[in-house]
Design a protein around this ligand. Structure first.
Ligand code: EPU
Length: 418
């Protein structure tokens, strides 16, 4: 992508549906033989990767990507195996493990391989499913799970909070026998919404939005219609882009209440935001960015998925800010690229120390993962001259129509192939 920088973003951007809810919602459709209809499903490569896997398993998949409507029907199954070729494209494919083993009593899911942002094991998913009675072995790179008599509810204490781990175990427990208590469960808005979807399908889940989720197993679930909520990370990303470019953006169709800690920090940096009937208006009234330290943390803390974008904002601050990444051990890969654009950042273990500079300069840079790639787009938007981002494909995993959305607000982004 070629970006010509130094243009304030002014205008309106429509926020799409939440990727990290659409993924478990798609996997949840495995839990019933009836039709699940999802609306506001974003058209992203991560979604199509999971839909390819669903088709492989035997689900009937009908996605109108322009209308963002998705119909899924898993009356029967052709296979309970999620092969390596699907899982290697997207780690969240692990989300089919819990639903398959609880409804079809067996599943083989390729172990996700390495990941650029951290080791990201699935040991907690596996040990929790074992607690529910699944017999699990790891062979030839596959997690082979079976539960011929079904899963049995119990207390599961997560040693650390895990988002997809909580989702996987939740989906497994809803068709288990008896009561399951998930202790130290993740509390992300996506978990709350997944519980709402499952309850609409006939599950009996309480304690939703707290660290102790209680699931009373039921015999079967039924189909439903469900709307995917707005993507809070896309919202936060464009809010930072508005602030960093000294622009003014109305972000339509978003839920600010899912981003409270983020907006609190943003206002401390001097950036203004106003909630309106349509969404949130973000602009930088002071024209200066104050340094504000952050630490990433599970919800309701500052989201790790906005850390890279925030680092770009701090690279223009009038002072020094420290940014600690507490969720993933290798999520600073954007920093050497930002340094090539003139940012002044040093890394000390899990903390990056950012001293603001008066300007960034365009350069050729390399995207390494989804959020790093969008942070480089924001850097390109504020930099003087031309920025070229290589390996841009990561961005299509989580940002639908990013060029159209940003170019519609005055940016100059152009994708090309060599
Ligand atoms: N972890 C383990 N073992 C496990 C599970 C997790 O060691 O069995 C560790 C991870 O390595 C990590 C920490 O626990 O250090 C937390 O990871 P978590 O399991 O919460 O992450 P995830 O479920 O794999 C989801 C999002 C990520 C987001 C994280 C944290 C989805 C599909 N993915 O990942 O989203 O960063 O939670 O909020 O929901 C993104 O959208 O760019 C993205 C990476």
């Amino acid at each position: 992508m070629r970006i010509l920088g130094r243009v304030p973003l002014v205008g309106e951007i429509e926020v799409g549906g939440a990727k990290n809810l659409a993924l478990p919602a798609i996997a949840a459709s495995i839990l019933t033989d009836e039709k699940v209809m999802l609306s506001n499903v974003p058209n992203l490569t991560d979604i199509s990767s999971l839909l390819d896997l669903m088709t492989h398993l035997g689900s009937d998949v009908n996605f109108d990507s322009e209308k963002h409507l998705l119909e899924l029907s898993t009356k029967a199954i052709k296979s309970t195996i999620a092969p390596y070729d699907f899982v290697r494209k997207m780690r969240a494919s692990i989300l089919v493990l819990g639903p398959l083993v609880t409804r079809f009593r067996k599943a083989s899911v390729s172990l996700p391989g390495g990941c650029s942002i951290g080791a990201r094991g699935v040991d907690i998913h596996i040990s929790a499913l074992r607690h529910l009675g699944a017999d699990i072995s790891i062979e030839n790179g596959y997690i082979n799970a079976s539960a011929p008599n079904g899963l049995i509810g119990c207390d599961i204490t997560f040693p650390i909070t895990t988002v997809t781990g909580t989702e996987n175990v939740l989906m497994a427990a809803v068709l288990g026998k008896g009561t399951t208590r998930l202790i130290n469960a993740a509390m992300e808005p996506e978990i709350v919404a997944l519980c709402e979807l499952l309850n609409e399908m006939g599950a009996e889940i309480s304690g939703v939005g707290t660290p102790i989720i209680i699931v009373e197993g039921v015999d079967s679930l039924h189909g439903t219609k469900f709307e995917i909520m707005p993507d809070r990370i896309e919202t936060g990303t464009y809010a930072i882009a508005a602030a960093a470019t000294d622009g003014k953006l109305l972000l339509k169709n978003c839920k600010c209440e899912h981003l409270s800690s983020f907006f609190e920090i943003l206002s401390l940096t001097g950036v203004s935001y106003e909630k309106t009937a349509e969404g949130v208006l973000v602009y930088n009234r002071n024209k200066k960015i104050h340094p504000v330290d952050i630490q990433t943390a599970p919800y309701p803390g500052f989201p790790t998925d906005l850390q890279a974008q925030y680092t770009v904002l701090m690279s223009m601050c009038n002072g020094t800010a420290s940014i600690s990444e507490n969720i993933f051990e290798n999520r600073f890969m954007h920093i050497p690229e930002l340094s090539r654009m003139g940012a002044n950042i040093s890394i000390h273990g899990k903390t990056a120390v950012v001293t603001g500079v008066s300007k960034l300069k365009g350069a050729q840079v390399m995207a390494t993962d989804l959020r790093a790639s969008v942070s480089l787009v924001i850097a390109g938007l504020i930099a003087e001259g031309e920025t070229i981002i290589n390996r841009l494909y990561h961005i299509d995993r989580g940002y639908e129509n990013i060029e159209a959305k940003l170019n519609g607000c005055g940016a100059s982004l152009e994708r090309f192939s060599v």
